[in-house]
Each structure stands twice: as structure tokens, then as C-alpha cells.
Ligand binder design. Structure first.
Ligand SMILES: Nc1ncnc2c1ncn2[C@@H]1O[C@H](COP(=O)(O)OP(=O)(O)OP(=O)(O)O)[C@@H](O)[C@H]1O
Length: 343
């Protein structure tokens, strides 16, 4: 993806990846926010531990960077179980999945990131594995092909997706519990930032934490990255002092605006208003206008714009709200569909 920007790209590289790993909370008690998910999960885990059985399979649904991988690691840690990590796109053939399933230890946690992108044959193998802890290995081709059943050790599948709607119902139904991960509020992000600052040895006054939290798109991964950029700025230009003005100047430099919208968010709004008069416009047309893949616009930009009340998804297409016109300092034409609908 051409615009899979530094700030939200799932796989950070080099130093960033190491820092991201170091900042991950290791236990449920350290995990900030998502109170409902934490409570639901702690019940599932505690009762499994009491019964001495692997817990039900868990599906996590939410935007990138909200802590799905972190929670998968926490689930394994809380159970005292080993963790195996793979992703949907890596499971192209049923054999790729069979190789993993057949070598799982009893009670192991298998994390499949982007589970909605798994190939169909692997998906079908997973149904049986999740339900009966068994896979059918097909030997031979055509009419002579035979399926040899292979027992696998009881395990817990943790699946993560940014698009639960794309999961086929038979797969969705085999999860005992779905954790819906929401954007974090400012107070929660302040806590994330204070924790990260402590771990990184950065002095972060409350006003600096507030400014960064406010502009982090409700996402801990972005909060942590912005913290590092603000720290660089403060080190070089302000003797390490992160007050509100310094945080704000640093974030402006990195093109994060006062509402936390970044370049892609603004490009989407800008195209919607200037090129399509506020909409309604279809997702693909909008994506072409900003030079992006429709999936990037849909998964990365839109959920936040919807949450901020700047964009609405309607049956007729994407529509800008009155707040979107105001945010870009423009006046909505009298016939703007979104502006009249949402005024
Ligand atoms: N609740 C939280 N408390 C503190 N830090 C968090 C929390 N959730 C996420 N983080 C931090 O945000 C970063 C990103 O989290 P994580 O990789 O788990 O997100 P993700 O939802 O799996 O993203 P993606 O789907 O894009 O891979 C981690 O480095 C972690 O330190």
C-alpha cells in the first residue's frame, strides 16, 4: 500500500519495531483501557484456568494499532501457555496451516492476525480443527483421493481482524467470544503515554501528554509513535521540555492537525468536499481520488473520520458532515447532502 504510513503501518521496522515490542503491556492488569473487553477476557481466562481446559477461541475485531496483537500475547501469558503467531496472508494453502496445527503443543495459543485474509482451503481446514481438534489430510488427487484424519492437541485460536464483516459465518460462529476493540479516549491515551514515557525514560509533563493524546487518533500505537517524534523535537529544539506548545509544534511539523487528523484523513476529506461537493460518493471513486487502495481508505481512515463525526457511510455512498466542512474551513453549498442531513 503506497500510503501505509509510518504512523499506522502494522509492522514497524527496525528500531521502531523493537521499541513497540518493549512498550507492549505483558499482563492483563497492565493493559490500559478497553474495560469491557478486559473484564470479559479475564472471566474467560480465569474460568479456563479453573477448569484446567483451554479457553474458547477468541476473535478480536478493531482498527489497526488498538492492541490486538498485544492482547493475544497477554492471553498466552495469563494462561502460562506457549504462543504461535501467523497471519492470514501467510496461510495460502491448507498445507501451510496443517504444518502449524499438527505441531501445536497441548494448550498452545495460536494467533492468526488478519484472519479475514486466509485462503479458502486453509479456512475450511480450520473449521474442523477449531471444533473437533482434528484435521483431514487429503492424500492423492481426483476420485482416488482419500482424507486421513489427524488428531491435533487441544489449542486456543486467537484471531484478529480489522474487518469482521468479511469473515464467513461458519468461521465467525466457531469463536466462543468476540472482543470488540474501540478507539481509546484521551484519558486512556494519556495513561498509555505516561507508561511509555516512563519506560523510555522521557520526562512527559501532563500538558504534553494531553496534547499528544488528543492528537493520536484514539490509537495507542500512534500515541507511542508521536511521543517519540515529540521527544526528538523537544530534545533538539527545546532542551527536552515537552510542554503543550512544543508538543503542538512537533505534531504540526509531522502533519497531525489539532483534531488528530493526519495526511490521509485530510486527503480523504479534502477530496470528498472539493471534488465531490461533500458526496455521496462511492468508496472506490473516493480512493482513486486520493491515490489509495479502497481497503486503506476503508480500514485506516474512515473508522476514525466516522468516529469524529466528520464522515458518514450511507447506502448511497460516503458523505461529509457539516463538521467536515467546518474542519477544512469551507462553507457547504446549500444543497450539500451531508451538511443538510447532519446539521
Ligand atoms: N491497552 C494498551 N495499553 C498500553 N499500550 C498499548 C495498548 N494497546 C496497544 N498498546 C501499544 O500499541 C502498540 C500497538 O499494539 P498492537 O500491535 O497490539 O496493535 P494491533 O491492534 O495488533 O495492531 P495491528 O492489527 O495493526 O497489528 C503496541 O506497541 C503497544 O505497546
Amino acid at each position: 500500500m503506497s500510503y501505509e504510513r509510518e504512523l499506522v503501518s502494522p509492522a514497524a521496522e527496525g528500531d521502531d519495531a523493537q521499541i513497540e515490542a518493549a512498550l507492549r503491556p505483558k499482563r492483563l492488569a497492565e493493559f490500559i483501557g478497553q474495560a469491557r473487553v478486559r473484564e470479559q477476557l479475564s472471566l474467560v481466562l480465569e474460568s479456563a484456568l479453573r477448569r484446567q481446559r483451554p479457553p474458547d477461541h477468541v476473535l478480536m475485531n478493531g482498527s489497526p494499532g488498538l492492541g490486538k496483537t498485544t492482547l493475544a500475547m497477554i492471553i498466552a501469558a495469563e494462561l502460562g501457555a506457549p504462543l504461535r503467531i501467523t497471519s492470514g496472508p501467510a496461510l495460502e494453502r491448507a498445507g501451510d496451516l496443517a504444518a502449524i496445527l499438527s505441531t501445536l503443543a497441548e494448550g498452545e495459543v495460536l494467533f492468526i492476525d488478519e484472519i479475514h485474509r486466509m485462503a479458502r482451503p486453509a479456512e475450511e481446514m480450520l473449521y474442523l480443527a477449531m471444533e473437533d481438534f482434528r484435521v483431514d489430510i487429503v492424500v492423492g488427487k481426483g476420485p482416488g483421493a482419500t482424507a486421513i484424519p489427524l488428531e491435533i492437541a487441544p489449542f486456543t485460536l486467537v484471531g484478529a481482524t480489522t474487518r469482521a464483516g468479511l469473515l464467513p459465518a461458519p468461521l465467525r460462529d466457531r469463536f466462543g467470544f468476540t472482543a470488540h476493540m474501540d478507539f481509546y479516549d484521551v484519558a486512556e491515551l494519556e495513561q498509555v503515554l505516561e507508561r511509555s514515557a516512563r519506560l523510555l525514560g522521557v520526562t512527559l509533563p501532563a500538558e504534553g501528554a494531553h496534547e499528544v493524546a488528543r492528537r493520536s487518533r484514539g490509537t495507542p500505537r500512534i500515541a507511542n509513535r508521536l511521543l517519540r517524534r515529540v521527544r526528538d523535537f523537544a530534545d533538539v529544539r527545546a532542551d527536552g521540555l515537552i510542554n503543550r506548545e512544543i508538543a503542538s509544534a512537533a505534531l504540526n511539523l509531522y502533519e497531525v492537525d489539532a483534531e488528530g487528523l493526519d495526511r490521509l484523513d485530510r486527503a480523504v476529506l479534502d477530496a470528498l468536499l472539493r471534488k465531490f461537493g461533500g458526496g455521496p460518493v462511492g468508496l472506490s471513486t473516493l480512493a482513486v481520488a486520493v491515490g489509495e487502495e479502497p481497503e486503506t481508505v476503508e480500514v485506516v481512515a474512515e473508522p476514525f473520520l466516522v468516529r469524529q463525526g466528520l464522515l458518514a457511510r450511507t447506502p448511497r455512498g460516503r458523505v461529509a458532515t457539516a463538521a467536515a466542512w467546518a474542519h477544512l474551513g469551507m462553507t457547504a453549498p446549500p444543497d450539500a447532502f451531508g451538511a443538510t442531513l447532519f446539521d
